[in-house]
Design a protein. Structure first.
Length: 242
């Protein structure tokens, strides 16, 4: 199986103690326990959704056409650019993400997924500043958009934010108090540590297993897939209105 991992610094493996501890490599090992897997990572620190979109023509066409698993983890840098708008009006902040972030992510999925049989997994964004109300509003806004896109595109949603919630002090590298005042230009406490990368790998792996189980019944025939449950969508909706 070819696994195409799209993203920014987190997918690139920034702050992992070694390449084999980044979530893509940990996930690849988990997948290899089920079927032979080769990963192709297309990610770079600092990338926004727009930069990722413009870079997709660098991926070999054979990878795009043959990838049976595609994961997308993007949005943190987009959110940083729009965060000042959430200070004045959280609704305006979400609207700006709707106008800019949403169409770019939709185009990324249209462009990068060439194999109609591919399992596509969209990851939510975790909150490295869980005690900051502004960060909570912003994260809820962007995750609501990601959930909508996953549902509309027929992709699977990996709820990374849920599996990080309440455990950020163990999963975020250099975590301090969880407040926006902790933000730094250098050594910023926002990236996963090794345990955080392990957690992301586990969330994506479990999401992939659900996708595989639901794609065929006992006879091997494809079934209609429900990729984002109504309870999960309702929870995201409540979060967005916090």
């Amino acid at each position: 199986m070819i696994y195409l991992a799209l993203g920014d610094s987190i997918t690139h493996g920034y702050e992992a103690s070694s390449d084999d501890r980044r979530y893509v490599d940990v996930l690849t090992q988990k997948l290899a326990g089920v079927q032979r897997t080769h990963a192709y990572v297309h990610a770079k620190p600092g990338w926004t959704s727009g930069q990722l979109l413009r870079s997709l023509d660098r991926i070999p066409l054979c990878i795009l056409c043959e990838a049976e698993l595609v994961s997308l983890m993007i949005g943190g840098n987009d959110l940083l650019k729009e965060l000042p708008w959430f200070l004045d009006d959280p609704d305006e902040g979400v609207q700006r993400l709707e106008r800019s972030f949403r169409p770019r992510v939709e185009e990324i999925l249209r462009t990068a997924v060439r194999n109609p049989a591919a399992k596509v997994i969209v990851c939510t964004v975790y909150n490295p500043f869980p005690k900051a109300e502004l960060a909570q509003r912003a994260i809820a806004g962007i995750n609501g958009i990601l959930a909508d896109i996953a549902r509309e595109r027929g992709a699977w949603l990996a709820p990374v934010h849920e599996r990080y919630g309440g455990q950020e002090d163990r999963l975020v590298h250099r975590f301090k108090r969880g407040e926006l005042q902790d933000f730094r230009l250098h050594n910023n406490p926002i990236h996963p540590n090794d345990a955080g990368h392990e957690r992301i790998a586990e969330v994506i792996f479990q999401t992939w297993r659900r996708a595989v189980r639901s794609s065929s019944g006992p006879t091997g025939k494809r079934k209609t897939q429900t990729r984002t449950g109504s309870a999960h969508r309702a929870r995201l909706s409540r979060d967005r209105s916090v």
